[in-house]
Design a protein around this ligand. Structure first.
Ligand code: ADP
Length: 484
């Protein structure tokens, strides 16, 4: 599939430090999860290379921060234009290494680009404040200044969007960055970095350190231990988020963390059931269930339970599983063997505890898994507590609104939540009661560039996107001017 790129020079396999492509002393293999085919051998860098990238970012910082906001904005806008101009190629690279269907991959490219566009605009709005004085001889100001060198450690499920959502606000604010992309999807990341260079982002301002799974740990340690790195933005598992936070304690770094979820999707008796079925399908099976905002637990009120389960199972059975490059496919492979095993473990556990399989339920050859629905789920099942991160929907029955809210909140996670209701009072009550950073009401998809994306509890810290998304990349400085 990569031989069909319109611009083959987007296929980079070396890392990027200080504007130079760096081969590294060893390489790691990137494969296509749909076919197992070998795609590329990518530079496998280590801790010393990470330090070189951090030093390059630090050296590039003064000139970048001293550009006017408008100058930075123009460069970011150019990067946005180039990403969109190369949407097809970026989508192909992404489907090849990540597996998501091509239309979904191109959609992610546009979504990823939208953060660059948005923060190109927001760069010009990093406004300060003047405050009323407490003494007429003084004037009080608040400056918002770039925090410094930032690091971004990103996951494989959104190979471009998780990079741009962190890097664009950092660059807009006047910070420089070191990115450690996911080892399973470095090719999309490197193509985006190549376009950043073409857009005129100066050497050292955007560095990309590629590394395999083992070396990623060493690179992560070097980033956390560095006095120069002032901020880490991480999207990935809660487990790794905790490690990065602990490793960053000695240097007291600021952190933005977007970690795991365990999203509830609640359907009340008064919901529009057909709309809820569509929303649940979109929310659960997008990217084959591999997003942190995918609904993980479906709670359906007793009065509409049987109808919902029947309609939802019928809808799920229409899903087409296959290679993401094939027409009509909306369910690609899972990313790796371990992901399939987790889905199978959750399905087996649910069945052993009385769950009733109403759609799917089995592995298919390769890294594919049938989109699966299990009815009569119960709170003692693994799927009630753990994020499945795959195409499996357990459906729980509930009687009262209070019961649904209790079950939804009964988790250490708090990222996305969803519910369907047409009762305006209930919409307010439940939106306020859900302990989540995001609530979708009568929708299954809610992310876009100008809204604050993020979680509460152990789902993370900080918000990405929206005008709030720049806050993590600026420091607030109070200036008190006397002798006026
Ligand atoms: P996922 O479950 O989505 O694969 P991970 O949290 O394992 O998420 O990985 C997300 C990112 O974190 C990847 O770029 C991965 O290489 C990186 N990573 C994993 N473990 C560590 C670690 N100990 N230190 C630094 N980065 C890590």
């Amino acid at each position: 599939p990569l031989s069909l790129l319109k611009d083959p020079s987007l296929l980079k396999t070396d890392a990027l430090i200080n504007g130079q492509w760096v081969a590294g002393s060893s390489r790691f293999v990137v494969t296509d999860p749909a076919t197992g085919a070998h795609l590329a051998d990518v530079a496998n860098l280590g801790a010393a290379d990470a330090e070189a990238a951090i030093n390059a970012a630090n050296a590039a910082w003064p000139a970048w921060r001293n550009k006017t906001a408008k100058e930075r904005s123009i460069i970011l806008r150019k990067w946005f234009d180039l990403i969109m101009a190369n949407q097809d190629d970026l989508g192909r690279i992404m489907t090849a290494e990540q597996g998501k269907p091509l239309a979904e991959a191109k959609g992610e490219v546009a979504y990823g680009a939208s953060f660059v566009e948005w923060f190109a605009e927001e760069a010009k709005r990093v406004n300060g404040e003047t405050l009323p004085q407490f003494d007429n001889n003084r004037r009080l100001l608040v400056l918002r200044q770039p925090i410094g060198v930032c690091a971004a450690i990103t996951p494989w499920n959104f190979p471009i969007a998780m990079i741009t959502r962190k890097v664009a606000p950092a660059l807009a604010a006047g910070c420089t960055v070191v990115i450690k992309p996911a080892e399973l999807t470095p090719l999309t990341a490197l193509a985006a970095a190549e376009l950043a260079i073409r857009a005129g982002i100066p050497a050292g301002v955007l560095n990309m350190v590629t590394a395999d799974a083992d070396n990623s740990i060493a690179v992560g340690k070097a980033i956390c231990a560095s006095d120069i790195v002032r901020h880490i933005s991480f999207t990935g598992s809660t487990e790794v988020g905790r490690i990065l936070m602990a490793q960053s304690a000695p240097t007291v770094k600021k952190m933005s963390l977007e970690l795991g979820g365990n999203a509830p999707f609640i359907v009340f008796d008064d919901a529009d059931i057909d709309s809820a079925v569509e929303g649940a399908f979109a929310s659960k099976y997008r990217n084959a269930g591999q997003t942190c905002v995918c609904s993980n637990r479906l709670y359906v009120q007793a009065g509409v339970y049987d109808e919902f389960v029947a309609k939802f199972a019928a809808k799920v059975k229409t899903a087409k599983v296959g290679n993401g490059f094939d027409d009509g496919v909306n369910q690609g492979p899972l990313i790796e063997e371990a992901a399939l095993q987790k889905v199978q473990r959750h399905v087996d556990d649910a069945v052993a505890k009385g769950g009733r399989v109403v759609a799917g339920g089995k592995r298919l050859p390769g890294l594919f898994y049938e989109p699966t629905v299990v009815a009569d789920a119960s709170a003692d099942m693994l799927c009630a507590r753990e994020e499945t991160f795959g195409p499996f929907a357990p459906v729980f029955k509930f009687e009262t609104e209070a019961e649904a809210i209790f079950a939804a909140n009964n988790t250490e996670f708090g990222l996305a939540s969803y519910f369907y209701s047409r009762d305006v009072g209930r919409i307010w009550r439940v939106s306020e009661a859900l302990e989540y950073g995001m609530v979708g009401v009568n929708v299954g998809i809610l992310a876009t560039e100008h809204v604050p994306f993020g979680g509460v509890k152990q789902s993370g810290l900080g918000r990405e996107g929206s005008h709030h998304g720049i806050d993590d990349y600026v420091e607030i400085k109070y200036v008190c001017v006397g002798d006026i």
